[in-house]
Design a protein around this ligand. Structure first.
Ligand SMILES: C[S@@+](CC[C@H](N)C(=O)[O-])C[C@H]1O[C@@H](n2cnc3c(N)ncnc32)[C@H](O)[C@@H]1O
Length: 290
């Protein structure tokens, strides 16, 4: 909130509204007239946000959409230009904690992993479609998994034997395929991350968001992005740098000022309260007058 600086009568977008904690903080800090458009591609999570944000429903509007469509969502809602926009990437605790969504490697569920369950291919569909070589590349590129080849081979064999149906089947197979364990990480972490990123086209979504969101801001408007792994954080860092310094993609005068010289991490006390914040990396920038 200290980077976003919500103010009375401002217009904000929470591009990953989740269950609405950030949106509520913005609404409270921009009282009495500030407004928030909350976007999420997960209809089930949006239902929870609707209840939580019900006391402020005259100042909040929720939209079921991928954030790659931010510009058209805001145009349709008549909400341009924005005073601030936040994106808190990845999956929400609600999604992780519901085994039936298939994101958790600790509890048994279907191999789904779609954030938007109304469309697209599930993780199970993807595992049935890709060949061993393609899967190894995917695990290596999106999960930075060292044992991608071994795991891809094991997956292909298990799939042929009809032994790969649930999240626990996959987690067990990964644990048996990797030779050595990292002490503080479940061996399935990277594999689940890679599949989730692929199923939801998370990098393509982020790329389109980072292209369009800056132009949705008025001069002085702020963009805040929280990433949870290095692939995303690298994209955010590069895009903000291009906006601030100009590059081949963004020639001409700088359009933004970077507010976070170094990436901002959660404090020890925040991580103690919320262990999932330990990998969060926040970056922010402000649009300059044109
Ligand atoms: C880390 S959670 C955000 C939690 C939120 N800040 C809160 O206060 O509850 C990420 C949310 O972003 C949503 N999401 C992820 N990628 C998205 C995308 N491309 N478009 C729209 N929503 C997305 C997920 O469905 C999830 O609810």
């Amino acid at each position: 909130m200290s980077f976003l600086c919500p103010r009375n009568s401002g217009q904000y977008c929470d591009a990953t509204v989740g269950v609405g904690s950030h949106a509520r903080a913005i609404i409270e800090r921009s009282a009495p007239h500030g407004r928030v458009i909350g976007i999420d591609r997960d209809a089930e999570v949006l239902k929870l946000a609707k209840n939580i944000l019900a006391p402020y429903d005259d100042r909040v509007r929720l939209v079921h959409a991928p954030f790659s469509q931010i510009r058209s969502v805001l145009e349709e809602a008549g909400a341009l230009p924005l005073d601030g926009c936040i994106a808190d990437l990845g999956v929400s605790s609600v999604q992780l904690d519901r085994p039936e969504r298939g994101f958790s490697f600790r509890r048994s569920g279907p191999l789904d992993m779609r954030m938007d369950r109304s469309r697209g291919e599930t993780a199970g569909d993807l595992l049935r479609r890709v060949d061993e070589e393609g899967l190894a590349r995917l695990l290596c590129d999106l999960g930075e998994e060292r044992f991608a080849r071994k795991i891809a081979r094991a997956v292909t064999r298990a799939r042929e034997g009809g032994e790969l149906n649930t999240t626990l089947d996959l987690a067990g197979l990964v644990a048996r395929s990797v030779p050595r364990r990292e002490s503080n990480k479940d061996p399935a972490t990277r594999v689940f991350q890679a599949l989730r990123i692929a199923v939801n086209d998370e990098l393509g979504e982020l790329d389109r968001f980072l292209q369009d969101a800056p132009d949705c801001l008025r001069p002085g408007g702020r963009l805040v992005v929280i990433a949870f792994h290095s692939l995303e954080d690298r994209m955010v860092k590069r895009r903000l740098r291009a906006l601030a310094l100009g590059d081949a993609v963004e020639p001409g005068a700088p359009r933004f000022r970077i507010l976070t010289k170094h990436v901002v991490r959660a404090s020890e006390s925040e991580v103690a309260r919320n262990p999932r914040a330990r990998s969060a990396k926040l970056r922010a920038a402000e649009r300059l007058p044109s």
